[in-house]
Design a protein around this ligand. Structure first.
Ligand code: ADP
Ligand code: MG
Length: 551
């Protein structure tokens, strides 16, 4: 039994162990965190991302940056995954979570170098993050008015490329979320799928519109159709109003010019029959997923019917729900109860583009936002900003609470964790203390990015909190430490809680890894940013409670 090596790994695998593995993981994560740190906050810088085919995106959105950069190191991938989870759970705070993970690991590296065992750090971080969540719950504020919601939306947009127009977008976001909010058994829920954002470049952001209904990025099928109909009867169909080309090669033998005429006549007749049925049904708006041929178009127009061809499937489905209509797969029979209702359908010309608005639908939970901006690139960044904004308003409408931003919540947590650390015994105490220092990275980075003196600002911030000003933060508009609740710099509780939980869990997870075994097996080609050949540790999909107890 002696001296025989037992091979459990293929010769091809690469393995790093112990301190070397941990250091490599920590360094990789710190590098990603450094990259994102300069884009934190309203005064943060933007990133210009160029993909492999040369497409350029300019953004400040942590989730977008995380998605686009292709990191190779397995530990860095875990951080990117954490940012994505933060985005899908709360819609905001993606840069924050990455910066926090980086700082927690940077601080722990200092302790590791002093010879403290990772287990003590893991333990201390767990205690500290539990305390941090408790602190948040103690000082969170209940929503007082719509003004709070608007300020939360404004804060989320402060750091975006489109921040100059945030006033207009914030108002729209609040109205949109409130219109789709539903209350069931005392619990408010917001389904953001009910809000459709239609983006169109070529106008100012301030011309963005909220429509209580559905917007189609389409024009009417014929210029002679009515441009507006009140109390319309809406027919939705996925049947073509034309003779479709068959998928199979159908050979029609036509031997003489007469037969061509006859064939055309028959085709015409079939289409006209369908139109006649529509007219009889009482429908005066026809929205079809398929095509409508010229004969049908002009016949519909003659009968005062509005029609739109080639409406996309999703929109037809949304309309069915909103207008209470059934989607007809054939026009052979059009039952009256299949028709939907709304207050108004109209074609609207905005700039050079035409849209069809279906407003005041039976089910008022369908909301559309026609998002405008000058260029394609800006309208896309505006869409990302609007996504975050709608999401943060949803968070707060659902939870009913918020906290104060600009580093205020972090400063108060740091202070209370420092006080709490006195009650923690043993080596974990050191880790609890450095957790408090680490969380101050948020006010540090915010002031650093604004070109303020970090040392002065942080000492002033600490002083204010020691004096009991729990809402003191850095107002980046004035460059001063102020009460930011009064200044309206506020954020959803959910964003902060999730960021803290995730950051602490990821840092602890990294600190428990002492072995990295990378198989050399060629991984199949993967989409950018997707999991690679190494794969993350099991259960990396979400960070909610994935930790074994006691870690
Ligand atoms: P994230 O991706 O983490 O949301 P952001 O770049 O959006 O990162 O920056 C968010 C941070 O900016 C939060 O800590 C927030 O409180 C802060 N912030 C936003 N507006 C202001 C402001 N006017 N003054 C100070 N801090 C602000
Ligand atoms: Mg943000």
């Amino acid at each position: 039994m002696q001296g025989i090596p037992v091979l459990i790994l293929s010769k091809e695998s690469r393995r790093t162990t112990g301190r070397e593995a941990m250091t490599s993981n920590i360094m990789a994560i710190m590098a990603v965190a450094e990259l994102l740190r300069t884009s934190l906050g309203p005064r943060g810088m933007d990133k210009m991302l160029v993909d492999s085919v040369g497409d350029v995106v300019i953004t400040n959105d942590g989730a977008e940056i995380a998605k686009k950069i292709e990191v190779e190191h397995p530990a860095a991938k875990i951080v990117i995954q954490a940012a994505k989870t933060q985005d899908s759970e709360t819609g905001d705070g993606t840069t924050t979570v990455v910066v926090l993970i980086g700082e927690l690991l940077k601080k722990s590296k200092e302790l590791l170098e002093k010879g403290i065992h990772p287990a003590h750090i893991v333990n201390g971080y767990r205690l500290a993050s539990e305390k941090a969540i408790k602190v948040i719950k103690e000082i969170e504020i209940s929503v007082r008015s719509d003004e709070d919601l608007k300020n939360i939306a404004m804060t989320a947009m402060a750091s975006k490329v489109v921040s100059a127009d945030r006033e207009a977008l914030a108002k729209i976001a609040v109205e949109a979320v409130k219109s789709v909010a539903e209350k069931q058994n005392g619990k408010v829920t917001v389904n953001l799928d009910n809000i459709k954002v239609v983006k169109k470049e070529g106008a100012k952001i301030s011309e963005t519109k909220l429509v209580k209904g559905v917007i189609l990025d389409k024009e009417l099928a014929h210029p002679d159709m009515p441009k507006e109909i009140n109390n319309p009867k809406i027919l939705l169909t996925n049947a073509p109003l034309e003779v479709e080309k068959t998928e199979f090669d159908a050979h029609i033998r036509i031997d003489s010019p007469d037969e061509i005429q006859l064939f055309k006549k028959q085709e015409e007749k079939m289409v006209l029959d369908m139109v006649e049925k529509i007219v009889k049904s009482g429908a005066n708006v026809v929205l079809s997923q398929k095509g409508i041929n010229d004969i049908a178009k002009s016949f519909l127009a003659k009968n005062g019917i509005m029609a739109v061809a080639r409406v996309n499937k999703k929109d037809i489905e949304r309309l069915a729900k909103a207008a209470g209509a059934r989607i007809l797969t054939s026009l052979e029979e059009i039952p009256e109860d299949a028709l939907g209702e709304a207050e108004k359908v109209r074609e609207v010309k905005i700039g050079d583009s035409k849209f069809v608005f279906i407003e005041g639908c039976k089910n008022s939970k369908a909301i559309s936002i026609l998002l405008r901006a000058g260029t394609k690139m800006v309208v896309e960044e505006a869409e990302r900003a609007l996504h975050d904004t709608l999401f943060v308003v949803k968070d707060v409408v659902e939870d009913g609470t918020f906290v104060v931003g600009g580093g205020a919540i972090e400063a108060e947590i740091a202070k209370r964790i420092r006080d709490y650390s006195e009650s923690v015994s043993g080596k974990a105490q050191l880790a609890v203390k450095i957790f408090a220092d680490a969380i101050e990275v948020i006010p540090r980075a915010l002031s650093e990015n604004a070109g303020l003196s970090v040392i002065d600002i942080i000492s002033e911030l600490r002083k204010a909190h020691n004096e009991g000003n729990i809402y003191a933060g850095i107002n980046l508009k004035t460059g001063k430490v102020e009460n930011l609740l009064d200044a309206g710099v506020i954020e959803p509780t959910r964003v902060k809680v999730q960021a803290l939980k995730t950051a602490s869990e990821v840092a602890r997870m990294i600190l428990r890894i002492d072995d990295v075994i990378a198989s050399k097996r060629k991984a199949p080609p993967r989409p950018p940013g997707g999991p690679g050949g190494y794969g993350g540790p099991a259960g990396m999909g979400g960070f909610g409670g994935g930790m074994p107890p006691g870690m």
